[in-house]
Design a protein around this ligand. Structure first.
Ligand code: C2E
Ligand code: CA
Ligand code: CA
Length: 430
């Protein structure tokens, strides 16, 4: 996300105003929004640098963001002019947000430009006498850095594809607890990469790259298949009690670029011999904002397959109440950051209250994420949250281990035949 200090400013000039003059310090470039600008060089250079007039959408003074130094031409407003002002820091922050491959190519072109200027000046790049300006040095360094970033990403993409083939991506499960009963209501699948040399790699270290390279759709499909295979295992362990349990799967926003995700979900459910509502797809709000109409279409098709939908990390994104009634959502997951700050910040408490109110209005379930302290449960319950997830109840563990744990819980019923996971919670409820 663009840092606020790097926003593009806008300036207005009256007809006849100088926007800059020859020999002024080069600092910014301009993009004309409306009007006409005349550019003219030194009299002695007029043959090479004749006067020209440019208009809407044209960029001028751009050497300021490439070279620094002084202006070699003047710019005068031929009419009243509105222009956007582009600084190097704006350009840099926008470049940092680019796809690394596009970033590399632009850096390479800028690097070439800087080197060709040295050659034009009669120097060879290795020549110590003709040094790059500070601005040029930054551009050349950015190119060197970008080469490393892109190589790492391209290698990671190849490795991820190999990892998928070798089935190195494993489903870990974290329990989601029903506050009313103290028992497991479902599990969230969280992917872990069991790398043969590097050990266990966490999703934050590969999901962003997988998203840029579209490998994430394959990962999500794999996790969905794993979830579909887990539901019958829950039934084996919990019998009829399993009918109300669910397994949730994370769906990256990259899946919302086109509608193929619907076919992938239908395919995964195709072999399933259980109620599809036992699968819950977790989607972040940001996945729905790019193309809201397409997202609505896809979500409604996903919903028709019978699965449940949860909005993940709720409260951190571009929360727009508009979509809550438009999209058919079943669950809101309150982001961990609010739960963590629950005891220190009134604001976090207010946000959770507002989310709970919203959920009640739209008849949605609420899961509070990131519960680490028992006192958080009490507050969340009092606010009206029904479900919780967090290290306090259990960290994500390898799915076979999670199933073994669940079996032990079901084997250990109390004298009335109740299944209790968190005795403290249960006794407070009874
Ligand atoms: P998320 O979907 O918000 O998942 C919750 C993350 O918070 C998990 O991190 C979980 O281990 C962690 N967490 C749960 N309870 C606590 C707690 O009490 N304290 C703290 N500090 N952390 C807690 P994890 O597994 O590292 O996953 C990070 C993110 O990676 C996930 O955030 C999700 O956005 C993404 N991710 C994980 N698996 C997949 C996947 O299969 N597909 C996609 N597309 N994304 C995935
Ligand atoms: Ca999630
Ligand atoms: Ca989350």
């Amino acid at each position: 996300m663009a840092r606020l200090s790097f926003f593009v400013k806008r300036m207005s000039f009256k007809k006849g105003d100088f926007i800059f003059k020859i020999n002024d310090k080069r600092d910014v470039a301009y993009i004309i929004e409306k009007g006409q600008v005349n550019l003219f060089g030194r009299a002695s250079e007029s043959q090479h640098n004749p006067s020209i007039t440019i208009g809407d959408g044209e960029i001028f003074g751009e050497s300021a963001i490439l070279e620094g130094g002084c202006r070699s031409a003047s710019a005068v407003a031929e009419t009243d002019v509105d222009a956007f002002v582009l600084s190097r820091s704006v350009l840099q922050s926008r470049m940092d947000e680019l796809d690394p491959l596009v970033h590399l190519i632009i850096s390479m072109l800028l690097d070439k430009y800087c080197r060709s200027r040295l050659v034009e000046a009669g120097a060879v790049p290795q020549d110590k006498k003709f040094e790059f300006s500070d601005t040029e040095k930054q551009l050349v360094t950015a190119y060197e850095e970008q080469k490393k970033v892109v190589l790492k990403e391209l290698q990671m993409e190849q490795e991820l594809r190999r990892a998928l083939e070798n089935r190195e991506l494993k489903a870990y499960l974290q329990p989601i607890i029903d506050f009313a009963t103290g028992c497991v209501r479902g599990y969230e699948t969280l992917v872990r990469w069991h790398h043969p040399e590097k050990g266990v790699i966490f999703p934050n270290d590969f999901i962003p790259i997988a998203e840029r390279t579209h490998v994430v759709q394959l990962i999500d499909e794999r996790m969905l298949e794993a979830a579909c295979a887990l539901v019958p295992r829950l039934q084996d362990i919990a019998g009829d009690d399993a009918k109300d349990m669910f397994i949730s799967v994370n769906l990256s926003g990259a899946n919302f670029d086109d509608e193929t995700v619907v076919a992938r979900v239908i395919k995964a459910l195709g072999k399933a011999n259980f109620d599809p509502k036992q699968i819950k797809l977790e989607i972040t709000e940001s996945a729905l904002v790019n193309d809201a109409e397409q997202a609505t279409r896809i979500l409604s098709k996903l919903k028709k397959t019978g699965v449940q939908i949860a909005l993940d990390d709720f409260g951190t994104g571009y929360s727009s109440l508009g979509y809550l009634h438009k999209f058919q959502i079943d669950t809101l997951k309150i982001d961990r950051s609010f739960v963590t700050e629950l005891n220190e910040s009134e604001k976090a408490l207010d946000i959770i209250k507002a989310v709970v109110g919203l959920a009640h209005t739209f008849n949605l379930d609420i899961v509070a994420e990131g519960i680490e302290q028992p006192n958080e449960i009490e507050v969340l319950k009092n606010l009206g949250c029904q479900y919780g997830q967090g290290y306090y109840f259990g960290k994500p563990i390898f799915y076979e281990e999670a199933l073994t744990e669940l079996k032990a819980i079901f084997d250990d019923k109390d004298s009335k035949g109740n299944i209790i996971m968190f005795k403290a919670l249960q006794s407070k409820n009874s």
